[in-house]
Design a protein around this ligand. Structure first.
Ligand SMILES: Cc1cc2nc3c(=O)[nH]c(=O)nc-3n(C[C@H](O)[C@H](O)[C@H](O)COP(=O)(O)O)c2cc1C
Length: 228
């Protein structure tokens, strides 16, 4: 698949077939992840890949329990069962069903990857910038090889337990949890806000004339509140 096409059509995949991800595929995905850029090429990222061992099962159980609590609170707070969420075919209720299925079956997700950052200095605002490009490389590589995944921050609820279980040193932060598997659904064009809402020229809020969406692009209503 052409690189550009992959970039604009890699969706968050939260439903997987039960198929395991073979070791050589994991190797290729993680190889691409670890080829990502980082500040001064320090490569402070590390990845803990949890598949089907006893420790992996325990980690998935911990994260899954946290995920279910998180989603239940978000579902209620964000009113997923209200407004368009009451219509069975609305994007809101489809997302709610996908999320519910994701957290309910978390223990059977084929691969859970913890992306970590080795802290080598006091906190700096660019720290995440040396890990998140590797996370996106990982997701894009998975897509390129016929798989899919999604990044979450569900490790936070069980950070201390995971550190103990996985012998993670104090100077290391777990920055995200990525699940990977063979998609039960499909990738496809991602929907975002219109380009001129997101790209400005010489003044904040004013799009340059060239900032127009290609023909046929559809948009999402998701995002922060807007004036119009
Ligand atoms: C920093 C970050 C945190 C995220 N946290 C979560 C999360 O906690 N749970 C989840 O299901 N998805 C999470 N996501 C996935 C986003 O919801 C997803 O990328 C976004 O809705 C776009 O989805 P799409 O590419 O399929 O359109 C996160 C993504 C990012 C980049």
């Amino acid at each position: 698949m052409p690189l550009y096409e992959g970039l604009i059509s890699t969706r968050a995949i939260r439903r997987y077939t039960g198929e395991p991800v073979p070791d050589d595929v994991l190797r290729d995905i993680l190889f691409a992840a670890t080829r990502a850029p980082s500040g001064s090429n320090r490569q402070p990222f590390r990845f803990i890949v949890l598949t089907d061992g006893a420790v992996a099962a325990e980690a998935k159980r911990m994260i899954g329990a946290g995920a279910r609590k998180f989603w239940e609170a978000k579902r209620l707070a964000d009113g997923y069962g209200k407004g368009s969420g009451t219509r069975v075919d609305s994007p809101k209720s489809r997302l709610a069903r996908t999320m519910q299925h994701y957290v309910d079956t978390y223990e059977s997700v084929p691969v859970v990857i913890l992306a970590c950052f080795i802290r080598y200095r006091e906190a700096a605002h660019t720290d995440g910038g040396s890990v998140f490009p590797a996370c996106q490389n990982l997701l894009l590589a998975a897509r390129a090889l016929g798989y899919g995944g999604v990044m979450t921050s569900w490790q936070y609820a069980v950070d201390a337990e995971l550190r103990t279980l996985l012998a993670i040193p104090d100077e290391v932060e777990i920055v995200s949890t990525i699940t990977i598997g063979r998609p039960a659904g499909r990738h496809g064009p991602v929907r975002r806000r219109p380009l001129p809402e997101l790209v400005y020229g010489e003044r904040w809020g004013e799009a340059p004339v060239w900032a127009v969406d290609p023909p046929g692009v559809t948009h999402t209503a998701a995002g922060p509140p807007r004036d119009t």
